[in-house]
Design a protein around this ligand. Sequence first.
Ligand code: NDP
Ligand code: PYR
Ligand code: MG
Length: 757
Amino acid sequence: MTDQRIPDEPSVQFSEREALLFHSEGRPGKIEIIASKPMATQRDLALAYSPGVAVPVEAIARDPATAYDYTAKGNLVAVISNGTAILGLGNLGALASKPVMEGKAVLFKRFADVDSIDIELKTEDVNRFIDAVELMEPSFGGINLEDIKAPECFIIEQTLRERMNIPVFHDDQHGTAIIVAAGLINALLLTGRTIDQVKVVVNGAGAAAIACTELIKALGVRHDNVVMCDRDGVIYQGREDINQWQSAHATASGVRSLKEALVGADVFLGLSAAGALKGDMVIDMAPAPIIFAMANPTPEILPEEAKTVRPDAIVATGRSDYPNQVNNVLGFPFIFRGALDVRARAINDEMKIAAANAIAELARERVPEEVAVAYGVRHHFGPEYIIPAPFDPRLMEVVSTAVAKAAMDSGVATKPIVDMDAYRATLRARLNPTTAVLTLAYEGARAHPKRVIFAEGEEEVVLRAAIQFKEGGYGTPVLIGRDDVYDRLRALGVDNPEEYEVHNSRHSPLVPRMVDFLYERLQRRGFLRRDMERLINQDRNTFGAVLLQLGVGDAMITGITRTWAHSMREVKRVVDPAPGRTPFGMHILVGQSHTVFIADTTVNERPSPEELADIAIHSAEVARRMGHDPRVAFLSYSTFGNPEGRFLENVRNAVHVLDERGVNFEYEGEMAPDVALNPKQLKNYPFARLSGPANVLIMPGLQSANISAKLLRELGGDDMIGPILVGMEKPVQIAPMTSTASELVTLAVLAAGGITR
Ligand SMILES: NC(=O)C1=CN([C@@H]2O[C@H](COP(=O)(O)OP(=O)(O)OC[C@H]3O[C@@H](n4cnc5c(N)ncnc54)[C@H](OP(=O)(O)O)[C@@H]3O)[C@@H](O)[C@H]2O)C=CC1
Ligand SMILES: CC(=O)C(=O)O
Ligand SMILES: [Mg+2]
């Protein structure tokens, strides 16, 4: 298979309006707190709060280490900033830094299941900042300092490290340095350079730049081979306006400008500001130059500009939409995971170097299929892939383990891990594969954009979904609606609504072909030709489904304006089940640590044993496509004949049908849901052929299935995807009428990506 090159222009595009909408929609902001213990009854409350809470209070007072057993401290990190160096945007104040800090908290959770809370401190006074953070020690297992400008950040971090007994880590310094080191190790390897020979120019002389320079020097770059610059040019010995941290890296050479410094340089490390590096500077660098332009959100130079003047360059940026993302997000979640898991007192140099080496090595290993699919390229170690992608599922296991081990070896772990293999398994279990698959489905859609018909193109929520779908780069929305759809798009902030494809049955040139198609299909099912004209002109589901059949789109989404059953009737007039298939509906319940697929929740009222078996087989396939090893339970109110009942035959026989067909997944039944899901209950049936709790639940009939799914959606705390429609000849999804725009986009992406076939 040949490589598909990632295009050199950014693939993630969004408008300012979309960014604001993302943050304001629903609950404003990006985080919320969820109770981890039941809070339902008076007894729960009595245990959680007074009087029950007094017992752990006294235990912790007697033995402070038990705080890790009785509170959230051990998995809780504070992301703390004063907003003095927000990304590359500068000093915009504590409040304005909150979206970034919330974002960082979310990344901690998403990538490493670390609970995290953002804290913005309204002070530029170093001592007040230090005192405030120091006082928080009891609350947290670790402190991630963020976006605090140099040189204050050095004093703050150093003092807090001395005063506090939990890890204090300024991510812009050390997180960045670790990733830069990993990327640099690999870029040097690819270009056949040795670290003690390379000439490096560092642009920026702040928090990130100084820490990166220190780490690469510790790894072998020679002091004399480094030139550091700030806005005013080179940091040279004797320059008067530099601070002590900068003077440690001042050059003895006579170069004074960035342009001069870059002549013959092997490496450029940009940790400064947007656009600081120009093409006419890059041109003078050594052969196969290594350019890390890491300013966020806009790099010092865009890869396409660097490559225009130097096609032989290896280019990395801090962004996710170009190859080679050198960004501290690759490190901090996993570094803290490892540090927290051994209750490290600090994150020391040994742990940082272990993390850098682990990340560098990972990039040199073969890339697993799911990561390759996500990027739409077959990654292998090379100039376009010097560093793993942040959502590479291996990072958690590899980096956290390396950090935990280094903490133990260097004597800062207060709770060493005894069984490393068991620890690796717990790390794997912390990642919910569905979250990864949804990310991968989204990235896959970006890599292979499809055309999705949104049949209800006059509804605001549908238009918002279509805008997200298009601006997210997932594909082309094909909207069905009247001419005022353009006005509606404009009202939603779209500057160029004419770029959207809108089909209006009143003047679509396709109508005669559509009528012919439908008449051919329905003429022997009691319909006249004029019925077809009426349906095409008046019914958007029919219009949309015929467009789908004619190949105008690859998938179709509807459901917002009519009940599910009504929409399904209309769709079925035009789209058949896939040959030999029993279409069915599936809800997917997504929790942080579990995912359960439930079927058939929408179509078949009393499925026969054969239909139940088919539903199980294809549900197991969907589960596999979403990264799960299926364990199927055929559900009933009865478990293996107890209690006896009159309606158990179909479920029982479905198990026999699978026995006869010989499938390649675990299945068992009939069983009650508590037996299927609760390992303790399952143990009462040692003969049962499930190796763990079921994750695919096949319901006995529509009554129980649909009611259960809707109860879970309305009352459950977890996220619910679906219902998704599986088994049609073309991908059609009927969303619940209450869907949000994001839910519609998820369905569109799953349908277009073939997950629901
Ligand atoms: N990719 C990643 O993972 C990370 C990227 N960064 C990026 O690095 C940059 C710096 O962050 P941080 O160190 O925290 O901030 P600081 O405020 O501590 O440092 C900023 C430094 O950049 C210098 N600078 C600003 N503009 C220019 C310019 N045009 N030319 C040369 N130097 C310039 C400043 O110099 P002066 O004092 O003269 O103004 C200062 O030395 C930001 O863009 C940030 O987004 C940071 C951390 C991680
Ligand atoms: C990535 C990061 O931490 C920054 O740009 O500040
Ligand atoms: Mg930062």
